[in-house]
Design a protein around this ligand. Structure first.
Ligand code: PMP
Length: 445
């Protein structure tokens, strides 16, 4: 009997004992293609010898030093690398241990920034429905996933949610992308005006939505319009790239493809590729300057900030990605995956949408393609797909239907950047079989 409080308490999980490249192995000798990188984490796959060597070397030298006493070589080197490759205007890095911590830190930076510059009345956070920003209380309050929030609502700081930019679910028939981008961005301006522009501190959005709606990229120009609105009212733009960032979409940062630079950006998952827990906030010069010229410190902190082992892993992962030109492979294999998914699911009676960017793709399942009606959440189609996929030696990341009708069951794919065509073909073939087997057990209305 397991003594761990697992997420699904009554489910018996296989025991993972090893991993090599795109595969994971369990204690029963079964192997699984890791087509989701866990949750978009394992960007270099498993057991990469260069990362293992870097971790050994760092453990030999120094495993831990507290950041109020010392800085360390791997932390400084990783910060230099991240700023060298960062969107315009970013000047400093704040290291944490994961995505939720990064979001918490970014929210507190935004708040402290306005206190430092003499605008303490700015406190309101605007974010979007069908979003996920983490499970700690501030991040949970910011996210718009009602299923995750409901029972904790009395503990959450007040936040304000607008509709996301989600073409499949919210773009109207006959509405052009340009008109839809304008309408979706207008929702932000309307909310700012409703709250009073001087009370708003930040707008928070995932550049490409991940864990709640499944690889939803914004339509062209949406984020440019959002950037302009934030600038018009002096509001900070926080882009959460914890899941979609660090190369997952084919460019290092997803927002490069939208032509915008945020004031604060959160990154995690692919930063350390799962070899160590690490996340970070990238911050712009004006925020750093406000702190440096004001109180002289950032009032925050955790014991494991800038952990040398975590930074050494992150640095090694980023060096391998650059050395092996893996972003080009993400773009190539992303195009191949998109093509293969289209061939397998394009005419499938229960696939409503195939979407994403790079190696960050999702397939949305619907009961009726013409009405986009979702499956009854009680049928737990996503859980059935996960079971069927695991039985076929495939790890994908399916998520459930919604309580507000705005999204259906979907399967998220985020394979390692090292995949080749035969692996992508095997992923799509196994997924196709798993989806059909799961649907065979579902009662249609
Ligand atoms: N933000 C986004 C966009 C995420 O996808 C996630 C994790 N799925 C988080 C924040 C939280 O990250 P973590 O689970 O590492 O705390």
């Amino acid at each position: 009997m397991s003594r761990i409080l697992h997420r699904q308490i009554r489910t018996t999980l296989p025991v993972a004992v090893g991993g090599k490249g795109v595969e994971l192995f369990d204690s029963e000798g079964r192997s699984y293609i890791d087509a989701s990188g866990g949750a978009a984490v394992s960007c270099l796959g498993h057991g990469h010898p260069d990362i293992v060597a870097a971790l050994h070397a760092q453990a030999d030298k120094l495993a831990y030093a507290h950041t109020s006493f010392f800085t360390t070589e791997p932390a400084e080197a990783l910060a230099d690398r991240l700023i060298e490759d960062a969107p315009e205007g970013m000047s400093h890095v704040y290291f944490v241990s994961g995505g939720s911590e990064a979001v918490e830190a970014a929210l507190k930076m935004a708040r402290q920034y306005f206190v430092e510059i003499g605008q303490p009345e700015r406190r309101n956070i605007i974010a979007r429905r069908q979003s996920y920003h983490g499970n700690t209380l501030g991040a949970l309050a910011t996210g718009g996933n009602e299923w995750r929030r409901t029972q904790f609502r009395p503990l959450l700081v007040e936040t304000h949610h607008i509709d996301p930019c989600f073409a499949y679910r919210f773009q109207q028939k006959g509405e052009s992308d340009a008109d839809y981008a304008a309408r979706a961005a207008q929702a932000l301006e309307d909310k700012i005006l409703e709250l009073g522009p001087d009370s708003v501190m930040a707008f928070v959005a995932e550049t490409v939505v991940g864990a709640t709606a499944g690889a939803v990229p914004p339509v062209a120009d949406y984020l440019k319009r959002v950037r302009a609105i934030c600038d018009r009212y002096g509001i900070l733009l926080i882009l959460d790239e914890v899941m979609c960032g660090m190369g997952r979409t084919g460019t290092l940062h997803a927002c490069e493809q939208d032509g915008v630079a945020p004031d604060l950006m959160t990154i995690a998952k692919g930063l350390g590729g799962g070899y160590q827990p690490i996340g970070a906030v990238l911050l712009g010069r004006r925020i750093f300057d406000a702190f440096a010229n004001g109180s002289g410190f950032f009032q925050h902190g955790h014991t494991y900030l800038g952990h040398p082992m975590a930074c050494a892993a992150g640095l090694a992962v980023q060096e391998v990605i650059r050395r092996d030109d893996l972003l080009a492979n993400v773009r190539r294999m992303g195009a191949h995956l998109t093509r293969r998914l289209g061939e397998r699911f394009g005419n499938h009676p229960h696939v409503g949408d195939i979407r994403g960017r790079g190696l960050f793709m999702a397939v949305e399942l619907v009961e009726d393609r013409s009405t986009k009606a979702t499956f009854d959440p009680k049928q737990k189609l996503h859980a059935r797909i996960k079971r069927e996929a695991m039985a076929r030696g495939l790890m994908v990341y399916p998520m459930g239907g919604t309580i507000d009708g705005a999204r259906g069951d979907h399967v998220l794919l985020a394979p390692p950047f090292i995949v080749d065509e035969p692996i992508v073909d095997a992923i799509v073939e196994r997924l196709g079989d798993a989806v059909d087997a799961a649907l065979a057990g579902i009662e249609l209305k």
